[in-house]
Design a binder for this molecule. Sequence first.
Ligand code: AMP
Length: 118
Amino acid sequence: MRDEECVFCKIVAGEIEADVVYDAEEVLAFRDLNARAPVHVLVVPKRHVGSLAGLDGLPDAAVRQVFGAPQAVAEETGVAEGGYAVRINTGPDAGQEVQHLHLHVLGGARIMMPEVEG
Ligand code: AMP
């Protein structure tokens, strides 16, 4: 349910400050500290799962809320009409840094597909 060392679990618990834009029973969304777009929000399940590889560890209601949250975030932050991208880094090749499942919601500019190295 919670990982004591996990920075996103600490944000969910209110132990670390975050700029929260959306809060529901199973999900929290807050602005990324290192924004890469005019709107860059992270959607996290309140229960700790490390990545998409652990999705089976979430109840169905939490999964639905996690994948429904980006549209709510887009409406809250004013980018629903212009559109937005959702990215989920999973594992080392994708550059996942925080081992707590999170969806990057990016909007407010043209969001391109990622470049591939090598
Ligand atoms: P990822 O590379 O997909 O694991 O992305 C992790 C993201 O979490 C990065 O974009 C960081 O800027 C962001 N991040 C790390 N710590 C915090 C924090 N305390 N508050 C908001 N965003 C954070």
